[in-house]
Ligand binder design. Sequence first.
Ligand SMILES: Nc1ncnc2c1ncn2[C@@H]1O[C@H](COP(=O)(O)OP(=O)(O)OP(=O)(O)O)[C@@H](O)[C@H]1O
Length: 577
Amino acid sequence: MLNYFQNKYVMSEKGAKDLFRSIIWTVVMDISFMVPVVLSFKFLDEYMNLLLNSSNHQKNSILYYVIMSVAFFLVMLVIAYVQYNSAYTKIYEESARRRISLAETLRKLPLAFFGKKDISDLSSTIMEDATQIEMLFSHSVPQIYAAALTVLIMGVMMFFYNWQMSLAVFWVVPVSILVFYLSRKYQSNLHAKLYFIKREISDKIQEGLDSAHEIKSYNREEAFSNTFNLQLDNYEKFMIKGELLTGALINLSYVFLKLGLPSVILYGAYSLATGSINIFTYLVFLVVTARIYNPIMDAMDNFALLLYLNVRIKRMKEMDEMPRQDGKTEFYPKNYDIEFNNVKFSYQDGVQTLKNVSFTAKQGEVTALVGPSGGGKSTVAKLAARFWDIDKGVIALGGEDISLVDPETLLNNYSIVFQDVTLFNSSVMDNICLGKKDASDEEIIKAAQLAQCDEFVKKLPQGYDTLIGENGERLSGGERQRISIARAILKDAPIILLDEATASLDTENESKIQRALSELIKNKTVLIIAHRMRTVLGADKIVVIKDGIIAETGTPLELKEKQGIFSSMLKTQYQNN
Ligand SMILES: Nc1ncnc2c1ncn2[C@@H]1O[C@H](COP(=O)(O)OP(=O)(O)OP(=O)(O)O)[C@@H](O)[C@H]1O
């Protein structure tokens, strides 16, 4: 049973145990709520007898019921408290564990996984889905299982007591459940559709926020809001359809259940008239019948919600099953040479991005990756830092296979300066400090000076303490890039992965960035996606990547003389300049 809960609801072992306990306590509570009713009738029965023939024995027995009632009231209070604690507090604890485990999964996912769309998807899985699941687990799941168990236990007891009357109570239950069950698949599909439409809407909102500038500058506001409105209309339509359908089906099931009470009244009256039951049995069955359908009706309401839960649980399972990256956390390579050995890699099945890549980027040298757009340069640079795991071959750092090293440990050895710099809405100081958390102010300012940031930072209103806005929106492209170089200088990692800016910078900015870079790359293993002739010709080694294979490799001089792809790229660039 515990295993079943763990697998079905992606729970921890402790969470599954707590859920089990919560179900048991809900059953105990449901049944305990029936006891006072039975006690009252027993008391009524005794009291009637007392009125008819007074005796000391019966007076004592009434006192016995009074004491029993008070004692049972106290027991019920305790049961209600324990049930509440198990259904809410424990479930919230499990929810916290679930969020932590998802966050842990995120830490272990390949870095390249975090595209923008995925981030909105992941954050809504962690926050919204986890909250919904938490709600359903505290309010619905234990109640459904408990309702089934309560009805079963009460049913068995009632059948032993009087099976004919029990038949009158229970014949409606299977009919009602059948109606509900038959509609389950349809409801389930509808819920899944609703969930995905909602997800598309939140992706659209994210896309709108991310590309607000582009939408405005290309006059696409109307087109964007038309698509967005269409999505909202679609969502509304499905929502109304879903509500109506769920309401109609649940009400139909309710109607069948409600037929139970008249059948007990009629059959009970007949049995009373024929003398096969006494008035006490009749009254007990009437009251129990009025109450026993409540847990079933609650379960049906909750079950409709549970269909919605399935989609979310499935999404969480998918996240849980994503390929994680692990490895040793103690890693001291003997040098910082990066070696690609017959590396094959695809982002998607069937499309091989890198076909058979072998080269070495040596420590103390600049290795430039060049080649036509889409050839695989960025992919090579990302694989060198284990952003993804490769399909075949080996990528080694200092002779050790990087797929055996924990990504966080591995990344301690890298400084990465890519074109899409991410800056935080914090001070310049904080943004540079990201490179080395415990750096002193002097170290940060020194790095900023080396990265040619000092001059523009001093002109900002609060100097190094100026807030630079969401993703550094108050800075120019060149300034943002120099901040990311300052971070890398501060980190002082032995390997530098660099994607040179393709955006045209003015000559002053460009030479400042070149000066900053020359500080950064001194005596390091440098793997650079090169776009500028100065960088390419200044490299120690050039690797030309075209269509996922290494087309040429050698020193700039060797390749110039070879009259191949590299030399024709050189000619084209010179002609264009
Ligand atoms: N995350 C991804 N998922 C799927 N395919 C991808 C992904 N990233 C890149 N690709 C594909 O892999 C191929 C190589 O891309 P890559 O970015 O490595 O080329 P590149 O040589 O760096 O190009 P550019 O010079 O234009 O930046 C391209 O066909 C690209 O469409």
